[in-house]
Design a protein. Structure first.
Lengths: 270, 285, 434
């Protein structure tokens, strides 16, 4: 059976390598000189250089952009989770006839292409003084992500078996107590992974972040835009900028991976 | 009773306001003639904007493209996602690291991933694929000219496969260890386990993945904008891109708003259709 | 004594308050090309001189256009300085969205700026944007490859000869393609070049009644020629190659000829950017039935939206960044080959000619630009490589897509023209031109 494990692991890693290859290639390109980056044939062997990172840092204030990205995605996610958790809980544990309808309706609010409402939103934001502010982006992202967060949490909550709920109801009374002391700990991982999902979605969202900001609140998507297809050779620099842009989120993913996948410790609850 | 009302109300109220506002504004704009760059155009338009959009030959192409994109991407990500998350569930060497590696494409910004695929990998002169093909003596493929929609599908699927994997992995954690042990002792091979126990258990997760991806992929924009800008011809113009052209190239707000409303209607049709397909899974609990 | 001291302190406080009150933070939206990147680096000089600081918002061209146009159209007021081109400046100036700039100080020497460039950015004689570089288009060619093939490039080539040269130079086994031309879809990408070709063949976008002319024989002839030469003697993937990609191809030695922006000459000529810096020569863009409108007319310029609240400080920046002194600054600090070309007579001095032998050809092209005389037949619009109407962005983009599809072999030239004509007709109709 050991050989089975070895075979499966090899298969897994081959797939992993294929999937990871574009990112690997990008990081390698970021360490090449511009001429090397577009050389034919492309090569795995080259003399690495950090010059692209220096140029990128000199030209644009990476830290400012990164900070904006962090602030906006974290706060918008917090807000969304705050509003969504009670809703998903109620949908999952106290479903009514209208629940399914409400769920689908919630999802349908996300179906308008953002570009269709750009101008009305822009005018609205301009009149409210929300253009190029952190608050402006936080609000719109909270609202944009709310449907997704509600749905994903609902799916996870629904997975919690009824027995636990019933057992809990026999032990303590009051919905709030059940919620705080039993369900919340159990759904920790679900909330974590949903939060991560929300943060990533906001981090990568380029449409509103490019159109509603100028300088003060511009996140990393604007940073990337200044490196995409200028004149002349720029692949190495773009790769460096991209690596810098995804670094924080990759780090976050790595750190929270354990929590995400620990899962409901059903086995321990007896 | 009271608590329930309290708990889903905030979400519903917030979303109601959020949705109604822009929706009403969009409906209003779709019924007038309004072009930001051309002050000569004004007045009530009635259904003119809708008529104009629906009779555009690009419109039918865009609907067709939207459906193709949606179907292909969801199909690829769900199928591959299930297979990969099942594989990861087996106790592999370096499993945790492998998981991170497989999940990483999701963190890459759509614009960035499109640029990398387009220029570092798929470019017919400098790209890595060209080099690989050359090793086998094959001519380079001009991805974005010959299979433009396919290329977009590949790029977006790569970006979103990790999402499916992530959701499936988290969902499968709730599969009690006992069930797994029991079936192994019963002598169930991988195939039987996969189809009879694994898949049904993940039914709801699959449903969630499909629904969420549907929302995102109906409005795919960044990748198209960065690589093909809707072409060649109209081959990668989906509904969202068509609306973009109206809104931000023509600055025809009337037309763009009509496009927005049509998008919502279209999306709702697709949603109802998909829901019917998934309804079985959701109810079987 | 006390009173004097008090007055002195008051004056000091007043003066410093005044100085800090004047130190503005200007938000500038620009495109991410090398000239702007250089300007960003050198802008610390401006801050030293005036105390005003700059917040740079650098975006890719399409995104920049969309962002700036949205802001201008809605009066959003997000930017104090914007980068626009010869397409937007006259139209937005006419609509009153830009601050008129006819009151520049004498030290700016407006007369030093080429009249053809000034006109590109003015409406009714009032200039609305100050140019920081101007360009036309011409032919780059490899004199070494020409010599090897026993050919000489004339000073005024025509498209018949052009095709013959492309055929002679095309040598894909040795990694050389006969000709590289823009194929990527976009009103400022492939359509900029294709429009000049259509002009050369005697065609035009609209007749005097604003009816689109894409179904005319001249358009068909031009497009057939274009698709033919790219497919037979061009690089693979030509339909996705824009200016940047072709520049990279030419600079790495893969093209025998290239017709594109004069502003790229500096980079082709720079040994650290290009492998062919000592093997390239330049000549006019090819003509056919006429040489009118064969070299396009474009300038990137800085302008101030009316919605800005810091117009005085903004004007100072505009004056600084497009002045003679700035050109000198770039020449000294970064080398004369990257000095912003095509805007001022004073740039074309001996230093410049010595460092940049292509300068004279560029200068001739700039002087020959005339957006009012770009076609053989009369037209109701101005513009060499575009038609200066707001609808053109959308028309050019859509037609550009069909043209690129024709190059990619996805549709025939006839089909591409038919669809383009139909799409253009719809847009013009909806906009109320007829």
């Amino acid at each position: 059976m050991k050989s089975n494990r070895v075979l499966l692991s090899i298969l897994g890693w081959v797939i992993g390598f294929i999937i990871f290859f574009p990112i690997l290639w990008m990081v390698m390109a970021s360490l090449k000189t511009e001429i090397d980056a577009v050389a034919t044939p492309p090569s795995f062997f080259f003399t690495p250089t950090l010059e692209n990172y220096f140029v990128v840092q000199n030209r644009s204030n990476y830290l400012n952009y990164a900070w904006n990205s962090i602030v906006i995605s974290v706060f918008a996610t917090l807000l969304a989770i705050l509003i969504a958790v009670p809703a998903s809980y109620s949908f999952a544990f106290r479903p009514t006839k209208r629940t399914k309808f409400k769920l689908v309706w919630i999802l349908s609010t996300k179906m308008m292409p953002p570009v269709g409402v750009l101008i009305p939103m822009y005018l609205f934001y301009k009149n409210m003084g929300l253009l190029d502010t952190h608050l402006g982006l936080i609000l719109i992202y909270t609202l944009m992500n709310l449907p997704i967060v509600i749905w994903v949490l609902y799916t996870y909550f629904k997975d919690i078996p009824q027995e636990i709920l019933e057992a809990a109801q026999m032990e303590c009374d009051g919905l709030l107590k059940i919620f705080l002391y039993i369900l919340l700990p159990l759904s920790k991982s679900a909330i974590f992974s949903t939060s991560l999902l929300s943060i990533v979605l906001i981090w990568n969202e380029s449409f509103w972040s490019l159109n509603l900001t100028a300088f003060e609140a511009a996140p990393l998507t604007a940073f990337i835009s200044s490196y995409s297809s200028p004149e002349g050779l720029f692949w190495a620099k773009l790769s460096a900028a991209s690596t810098l842009a995804i670094l924080p989120i990759m780090f976050l993913g790595w750190v929270t991976q354990k929590q995400m996948v620990k899962g409901l410790t059903l086995g321990a609850v007896k | 009773m009271k608590l329930r009302v309290l708990s889903d109300y905030p979400a519903i109220v917030v979303l109601l306001i959020w949705m109604l506002g822009p929706l009403i504004a969009t409906i209003y704009y779709s019924l007038i003639r309004y072009n930001l760059l051309n002050p000569r155009i004004k007045g009530f338009a009635g259904i003119e904007n809708y008529e104009f959009l629906l009779t555009d030959f690009v419109f039918t192409d865009s609907i067709y493209n939207s459906i193709q994109l949606l179907g292909s991407i969801i199909g690829i990500t769900v199928v591959l996602g299930l297979l990969i998350s099942y594989l990861l569930d087996q106790d592999l060497y370096g499993g945790r690291l492998l998981q991170l590696v497989i999940i990483s494409p999701f963190f890459v910004m759509p614009t960035v991933s499109a640029l990398i695929w387009k220029n570092l990998l798929m470019h017919p002169v400098n790209g890595y694929f060209t080099y690989l093909l050359g090793l086998f003596g094959l001519p380079p493929i001009d991805w974005f000219a010959d299979i433009p929609l396919g290329s977009i599908i590949i790029i977006v699927s790569w970006n979103w496969l990790p999402f499916a994997v992530l959701v499936f992995i988290t969902a499968q954690q709730s599969m009690s260890l006992e069930i797994k042990e029991a079936s192994k002792m019963d002598g169930a091979g991988h195939l039987a386990f996969f189809f009879q126990i694994y898949l049904p258990h993940l039914g709801k997760a699959i449903g969630a993945v499909v629904m969420i991806q549907m929302i995102f992929h109906l409005n795919i924009f960044a990748e198209i904008f960065t690589t093909t800008t809707g072409g060649p011809g109209t081959q990668t113009t989906n509904l969202a891109f068509l609306v973009y052209r109206k809104a931000l190239l023509d600055f025809d707000i009337g037309g763009a708003s009509a496009g927005g409303i049509i998008s919502i209607v279209f999306a709702n049709i697709v949603a109802i259709f998909l829901l019917r397909m998934i309804a079985k899974n959701m109810n079987s609990d | 004594m006390k009173a004097l001291k008090a007055m002195f302190i008051a004056a000091l406080v007043g003066a410093s308050a005044a100085m800090t009150a004047y130190a503005e933070k200007l938000t500038i939206a620009t495109v991410n090309n090398s000239d702007m990147i250089i300007m960003q680096e050198l802008s610390s000089e401006f801050t030293k001189k005036t105390g005003h600081e700059l917040n740079w918002v650098t975006l890719e061209e399409n995104v920049l256009r969309q962002r700036v146009t949205t802001d201008i159209a809605t009066g959003g007021g997000q930017f104090d300085i914007i980068t626009i081109g010869a397409y937007e400046a006259p139209m937005w100036g006419k609509d009153g969205k830009l601050v008129p700039l006819s009151d520049m100080p004498a030290s700016y020497d407006m007369d030093d700026v080429f009249p053809t460039v000034r006109d590109l950015l003015s409406h009714n004689g009032v200039i609305y944007a100050l140019p920081f570089y101007a360009e036309s288009s011409f032919t780059f060619y490899r004199k070494d490859l020409f010599a090897n093939a026993g050919l000489t490039m004339p000073a005024e080539p025509n498209y018949r000869q052009f095709r013959a040269y492309a055929e002679a130079l095309h040598d894909p086994e040795n990694g050389v393609y006969g000709v590289c031309l823009r194929g990527k879809a976009g009103w400022g990408e492939n359509m900029a070049y294709v429009t000049t070709m259509v002009n050369a063949f005697g065609g035009r976008w609209f007749d005097m009644n604003w009816r689109p002319q894409l179904d005319s024989p001249e358009w068909k002839e031009a497009l057939t020629y274009y698709v033919d030469i790219l497919n037979n003697f061009g690089p693979p993937g030509a339909s996705s190659n824009g200016h940047n990609e072709n520049r990279a191809l030419f600079a790495s030695g893969k093209c025998g000829m290239w017709v594109d922006a004069t502003s790229a000459a500096g980079y082709i000529y720079n040994p650290s950017d290009s492998k062919v810096h000592d093997k390239t020569d330049f000549t006019r863009a090819p003509s056919a039935r006429t040489d009118r409108g064969t070299g396009w007319a474009w300038a990137w310029a800085l302008s101030i939206p009316k919605s800005s609240k810091k117009t005085d400080a903004a004007k100072q920046f505009l004056a600084w960044s497009t002045s003679k002194e700035y050109v000198d600054l770039v020449g000294e600090r970064k080398g004369w080959t990257v000095a912003p070309p095509g805007t001022r007579k004073s740039t074309y001095n001996d230093n410049y000619y010595k460092a940049a032998p292509f300068a004279r050809t560029v200068l001739n092209s700039i002087m020959a630009m005339d957006p009012t005389k770009s076609t053989l037949l009369p037209v109701p619009y101005t513009g060499v490589q575009f038609a200066a109407i707001p609808e053109f962005q959308s028309i050019g983009t859509q037609v550009g897509q069909f043209v690129a599809a024709a190059v990619a072999g996805q549709m025939s030239v006839d089909e591409a023209l038919e669809k383009s004509q139909s799409a253009t007709d719809r847009i013009m109709r909806q906009a109320g031109y007829y």
